[in-house]
Design a protein around this ligand. Structure first.
Ligand code: BF8
Ligand code: SF4
Length: 627
């Protein structure tokens, strides 16, 4: 059995549940990571290629063995192509998620998406106007149908540019036009990226990487933005509301249902089913006090943001949550769902249910959800979860839950500021708030669980930098207690004063990973208010523990939008110093921002503070020196 010499998580529930999993003989992500050591050095450097079957090929980083693949591709081409394909996969994942929402919107319009409805008509009308759909004298369902059609066009090849790029500041759009980065169609850019990386197409590492930026932008200002906006129309714009986080949100005396994955199309229906009086009565008849729905990962964030539903944990907690023995059912949709989960669940009474036609897993029952049957299916699976309560063995819930506040959509942030971004801008100008950092992304067993997120966040708020976060980071910082108004006490004096006056935490939960687009909209509003480009703002991005292809895509659209972005783990690019130099310095002359890699969050905090103070200086604001 895997025996780590030191603790694997900065969280108490993580450590205690890891010990419990060990005791129960459950294999976890850390043991499998250990079993993979040493991992392939060629792959780590991006120097292996298996794009065609003249290969697989490897380039020798020491210059002794082959310097090209069978086709003649050198290290620069191979490294660039591999990174490009990661970005294409990330863009495809988030944008396909967006497409599923558009299909539900179309289904609401024609009556086939049963149980779904338009929750925010004002936002529907705003979006329709952006898309050139006339709204006067039209019923909401008619507008919804026409908007869905217009959004579908964004996926194809009929547009010169995806519609919502017009949300970016004018100066930014000029940069994109100048370098050919304006995304034309969502599917088109991903498809072109895959085409260019086929053997014998684009063999210039620079033009490959420019297309990768256009591809990432097609997600950030296209597919992901559609996902967030349509989710708001269908399920409501998030507003601040209290919630609870960590493994302590599971209840020993209730039926516990965990939703895992990303798309609110499934989890929203499950949450509705959990309110069914019949099913609650059934739970009581089975001896439970009620039905307790909680989330993990991003579909959990979607429910937390809009409904205040409790959050049990992030990516590296998903196996451990099952080892509480308290989960009667876990319902998954897609993305970031470890294929190990079915096997972990088999050590307990937990029933596992997969719901998407796109995502199947070993040892899970498959109950396919579609817009026309989701309402009915949700009632069926929740009933099965209730019936499983009687099969529970001993339960170990290791901690008490932590309070948190989520729900900071851009609309909610502007609302908290009194209807305009002006107070935030004034606080930045006055130097009370030095700037803001968006911390995003995952967990990765290569880094102590949540150490990067929590350490970096602490250092930034201590130094008067406002933090907004999403995805798995948002769960980590909530668990660490940064997401209650009282956490202002942990902030520097300037940020503390602003947060106290507004009764907001110094770390604002902006949602799931597709909701990173809310950060793009927020920085665009700040740039417009100041009359500058995004790359001039005292803001930065960070993904301290990233693992997924989606995270590379997010980082790339942040940088292409002008936000300098720090990465914790090194992407697989060190086999080409040309690619490394372009991403970490050359891009500055193209998009006014670069990537930086630093695994140590203490050092990353210094880098991000220096970046922000440098931007302040360039804007003519006071700047602190960062030692
Ligand atoms: O989309 S942060 S581990 S759960 S990829 Fe996945 Fe990363 Fe978590 Fe959400 Ni995002
Ligand atoms: Fe090898 Fe070239 Fe084929 Fe890649 S594309 S596997 S480098 S021959």
């Amino acid at each position: 059995m895997f025996d780590p010499r030191e603790s694997l998580s900065v969280t108490q529930d993580g450590d205690r549940l890891f010990a419990k999993a060990q005791q129960d003989g459950v294999e976890t992500v850390w043991a499998r990571h250990e079993a993979q050591q040493p991992q392939c050095g060629f792959c780590e450097m991006g120097l292996s290629c298996r794009i065609c079957i003249m290969g697989p090929c490897r380039v020798d980083p020491f210059g002794e063995g082959p310097q090209t693949g069978v086709c003649g591709a050198d290290a620069d081409i191979i490294v660039a192509r591999n990174l490009c394909r990661m970005i294409a996969a990330g863009a495809a994942s988030h944008s396909d998620h967006g497409r599923d929402l558009v299909e539900v919107l179309a289904g609401v319009a024609d009556g086939s998406a049963i149980g779904y409805k338009i929750r925010d008509e004002a936002k529907l009308r705003r979006l329709a106007q952006e898309y050139g759909v006339t709204t006067q004298n039209k019923k909401p369902l008619t507008i919804a149908g026409e908007l869905a059609q217009a959004m579908m066009e964004d996926y194809g090849m009929r547009q010169k540019a995806v519609k919502m790029v017009t949300r970016a500041p004018k100066k930014r759009r000029q940069v994109w036009d100048k370098f050919g980065l304006t995304p034309r169609g969502i599917d088109r850019e991903t498809s072109e990226m895959m085409h260019r990386t086929h053997m014998g197409v684009d063999n210039n590492w620079q033009s490959l990487l420019l297309q990768a930026m256009r591809n990432a932008l097609s997600d950030g200002w296209g597919g992901s933005m559609i996902a967030t906006e349509v989710s708001d129309i269908l399920f409501g714009v998030p507003t601040p509301r209290p919630t609870m986080v960590n493994a302590g949100v599971l209840k020993a005396d209730q039926v516990n249902i965990v939703v895992h994955g990303h798309n609110p199309v499934v989890s929203e229906m499950v949450s509705k089913a959990c309110l069914s009086q019949d099913l609650i009565a059934l739970a009581k008849a089975k001896g439970a006090m009620g039905i307790n729905l909680v989330g993990v990962c991003c579909t959990g964030n979607e429910l937390l943001m809009r409904r205040g539903i409790a959050m049990a944990g992030n990516h590296l907690m998903t196996e451990l949550i099952l080892s509480t023995g308290a989960v009667d059912m876990m319902i998954v949709d897609y993305q970031c769902i470890m294929p190990s989960l079915g096997k972990v669940a088999a050590s307990y009474h937990t029933r596992m249910v997969s719901t998407s036609d796109k995502a199947r897993f070993p040892h899970m029952a498959h109950q396919e959800f579609h817009p026309h049957n989701a309402e009915k299916k949700a009632l069926e699976v929740v009933r099965a979860a209730v019936e499983n309560y009687a099969n529970r063995g001993p339960v170990f819930i290791p901690v008490a839950p932590q309070e948190a506040v989520g729900g900071f959509s851009v609309e909610a942030i502007i609302g908290a500021l009194g209807g305009t971004p002006a107070p935030l801008i004034d606080a930045i100008k006055a130097g009370k708030i030095r700037g803001a950092v968006g911390i995003v992304g995952c967990n990765n067993p290569k880094i102590k669980h949540d150490y990067g997120h929590v350490t970096l966040t602490r250092r930034l708020i201590e130094n008067d930098i406002l933090v907004v976060d999403t995805g798995c980071v948002a769960v980590a910082t909530a668990k660490a207690g940064f997401k209650v108004p009282a956490a202002a006490a942990m902030a520097g004096p300037g940020l503390r004063a602003v947060c106290s006056a507004l009764s907001i935490p110094p770390v604002l939960h902006m949602g799931s990973c597709v909701d990173n687009v809310r950060i793009l909209v927020l920085v665009s509003a700040l740039a417009d208010a100041l009359g500058v480009d995004i790359c001039d703002l005292p803001v930065a991005g960070s993904a301290p523990e990233w693992y997924s292809e989606k995270a590379v895509t997010i980082g790339t659209y942040f940088v292409a939008s002008g936000v300098t972005t720090h990465l914790g783990p090194m992407p697989p690019i060190t086999g080409s110093m040309n690619v490394v130099n372009l991403l970490t310095s050359g891009l500055k002359e193209v998009v006014g921002a670069t990537f930086a890699v630093e695994p140590d969050p203490e050092k990353a905090a210094l880098f991000l503070r220096r970046t922000i103070e440098g931007k302040r200086r360039a804007l003519g604001l006071d700047a602190r020196s960062v030692e």
